[in-house]
Design a protein around this ligand. Sequence first.
Ligand SMILES: NC(=O)c1ccc[n+]([C@@H]2O[C@H](COP(=O)([O-])OP(=O)(O)OC[C@H]3O[C@@H](n4cnc5c(N)ncnc54)[C@H](O)[C@@H]3O)[C@@H](O)[C@H]2O)c1
Length: 255
Amino acid sequence: MGRVEGKIAFITGGASGIGEHTARRFLQEGAAGVVLADVDAGRGEPLATALGERAMWLRHDITAEADWQDAMPAVRERFGRLDVLVNSAGISLPSSIEDATYEHWRHLHRVNADGVFLGCKYGLALIRETSGAGAIVNVSSTMGLRPTAYLAAYSSSKASVANLTRSIALHCAEQGYPVRCNAVHPGAIRTPMMEAYLEAAEDPDAQLQAFASVHPMQRVGKPEEVAAAIVFLASDEAAFITGVSLPVDGGYCAA
Ligand SMILES: NC(=O)c1ccc[n+]([C@@H]2O[C@H](COP(=O)([O-])OP(=O)(O)OC[C@H]3O[C@@H](n4cnc5c(N)ncnc54)[C@H](O)[C@@H]3O)[C@@H](O)[C@H]2O)c1
């Protein structure tokens, strides 16, 4: 029996990186359905087809409230219910407080903070209506716990995810809802998001080494390693775990 046997999961950012590997792991662990929700139809649609009948593709912008209002009935129609929401979609752009324009700040928060807020709001409602019990896993970042100078707006947006996660966990517990809400905080993970940083660097090998060297384990992480933590937090094995911020970071937050 798989760790998430029979569950239905909605995964934002499901077309790529951590979201893609989370979808793959959910299916390996017996999920009855996964929704790959993403703005990138070029990657997401063929991926959903390749993953087979239990995967559903949805073109979905997490910043558009109307997309959430359309997505939830679409999930209900296809699978009948929702058990798990994984908010993985996000963007990362560098800026110090001196470099960052207000528009840059707003852009990062619109996607990383507002998008997760909307997801939790609409996802929780559908979980409560259709399944009753369930789990939300939000993908923050080590930057949400231990920021760096060159990621000012990104770090702030990811701290928002961590605190929102705790607030939702407390709300659900206080209301007696059997819905848990947790966050994972990945360190530097080798996904297309990181590839963009490597491609922009003068010396990609040196940049990769720089990413690796800030982690006590002296390497970057794999998206499969984050997906494993997400699936654990979504599973019934984590039944008494809510409101946690779990670093998946080779020791970065411990140092
Ligand atoms: N890769 C890392 O080093 C790292 C580290 C810490 C945290 N994270 C976080 O992990 C999450 C996943 O990142 P990843 O590394 O898999 O990156 P990725 O770029 O491979 O995947 C992110 C996905 O989100 C989608 N997306 C972006 N904006 C969207 C929107 N408005 N609506 C819907 N989809 C949207 C993209 O199309 C993409 O498919 C992000 O929230 C990111 O901030 C990544």
